[in-house]
Ligand binder design. Sequence first.
Ligand code: 3PG
Length: 405
Amino acid sequence: MYKSIKDIKNLKDKKVLLKLDLNLSLDKNGRIDQDSTLRIESVLKTIKFLLSKKTKIVIISYLGRPNGFDKKYKMDAVSKILSKYIGKKIKKLDSALPQDIEKDILKMKSGDIIMLENIRFYSEEEKNDKLFAKKLAKLFNIYVNDSFSNAHRAHMSCSAIMQYLPSYAGFRLEEEIKNLSLAMKKEAGKILILGGAKVDTKLMLIKKLNNSCDYILLGGVLANTFLALRQINIGKSIYDNKFLKLAKKIDSKKIILPIDAITAKKIYSTKIEIKDIKNISDDDMILDIGPKSVELFAKYIKKSKMILWNGPMGYFENKKFQKGTMDLVYCMKKYKSIVYTGGGETVTMIKKLKLEKVFKFISTGGGAMLEFLSGLELPAIKALNKNKMSAKGGSASGGKKSKLH
Ligand code: 3PG
């Protein structure tokens, strides 16, 4: 069992390496989408707690999936937004390499906050490099992970690092584990609503939750995959034929598919049509669920006792194909459904519509939430569970001037 941030004794003056997922959405101009800040809001409690204990906080995080250094993914804008939220200056460093950051860390006073450069600029991160982790760990006393949405990656900053530092779960990570564990409970009247892409992870989730859910309502690429499997013409719509075999194994009467669709000939086409699912032409693309499907899905939502929802029903990036998803959310609101949801795009959409209150719990995780609900032990949680080092004694030499290279 992992240790909680609440269990750390004598935090004063300790150098804390704080892992956060500040992977915010970027708009089409590469600027941070102001509605994607749930990930910031969700970690404020941990930061404020560490500040109240007069620690020295060094934030390690990432943005996007850069392949080496990429100006677009520098952490400067993220650090400015976070700084506004906490009302305190954050010193942003241009590196995350232990040998570059050591002098700044040694100069820190209690209550100071540093943010390192995007850790994904360094290949050691995704390689889960032990040597890098060991060198980095030497600069700190304690490691805190408050990064649930990244917990499904076995990366250096959320896996290997825990071999070298006493490690603790932050408040948000604990909250995610608690709430998603509740969502996994077998309960009558539970339904699963899945859309979007990531077909493989979602099929695993369906497999896992097949027994504990009464119905599984599908939209997006996932629905197209099942429609293709049931020999319904989906025209040029995107589906995943790699997973047809697996889909066939788990197909059942519980899986409810759209009965009509919003179609277009191209993704950005201005001309859209509403078509019965049995009348899709060879050159059509299914880009959202249609009004009859919304009506059908609404019946299941109305009689449900609990809903797990991940992913939009259509090609949500284009406003023309957002209606199906939005109608479902309004329906959940109308029937006061108990809904657990998550996923970067889904959450950004919920914030834009100011509909946060509709949900019982909004997870910061997308892939992490799906894997957790599928019953997998996420690498970061596994590493936390395994960590037996103590913050008092511990084997980390944090605080001492260390020779790194
Ligand atoms: C997410 O946005 O779901 C997490 O930050 C994980 O990002 P990744 O899929 O790029 O690892």
